[in-house]
Design a protein around this ligand. Sequence first.
Ligand SMILES: C[S@@+](CC[C@H](N)C(=O)[O-])C[C@H]1O[C@@H](n2cnc3c(N)ncnc32)[C@H](O)[C@@H]1O
Length: 228
Amino acid sequence: MRGRGQNNFINIPEFGVRVYDALTNIKAIREQHREIAQDLVSRIESGRLLDVGTGPGRLLREIYLLNPNVHLYGLDISSAMVEYAKKGLLDISVDIRQGDILSTDYPDRYFDLVTCTGSFYLWDDPVDCLEEIYRILGNNKSAYLFETYQDFDRAKVRAAIKHNLSKEGLIRRWIAPGFLMHQLSMTYKTKQISDIIRRTPFADCYSIEKVTLGGLPAWVRIQLTRRE
Ligand SMILES: C[S@@+](CC[C@H](N)C(=O)[O-])C[C@H]1O[C@@H](n2cnc3c(N)ncnc32)[C@H](O)[C@@H]1O
């Protein structure tokens, strides 16, 4: 069966990770991570925070810069991403592991907050993955998933991408729009996101809010709260 994309990352070589990092290391994406970090630190003062599909670990660094008291954890299905993130975050205390969010070793109710940025849309079994997030999340604690969605306003998004890349070098201006539009085309429509959540234990306590991040009006913040 054709997967949603997580398999493309499992065996990504170190060179591929460096290309990914170079392509996505643009001002607008750095701003996007900063804005997400600001949002998250307004919701957690201390305790354990897990970033699922942490990739190069940029969000973890932004959170650390804003609040070094939060205990940071990162999980990624790709061992090359994990090695890259570990090297980049050597100067901060963070627990980064290779693993699939479908089934993890973390104890029940271990985390005070779970987050992810641009990873949910790649998971082959999103319902089962959200069930795993429910299991590792503390009672009355929330997960905040920041994801792009497919039913965005094309004209606005094209204009935003053009604007965001206007100060980047020629190669990024040339490659990044196609890369971004391809990624966006792989994401879910907002209704599909609700349909997935309604099949999980979060069904009674969730919200999906459209937000602009890094100047790109194509994001949703999905809040999922564990209540028992
Ligand atoms: C598009 S990248 C985003 C990386 C990072 N969150 C960022 O914002 O730069 C998606 C990441 O999710 C990871 N990933 C995909 N499926 C996963 C899964 N089932 N469990 C854990 N990580 C996964 C990939 O290996 C990849 O690093």
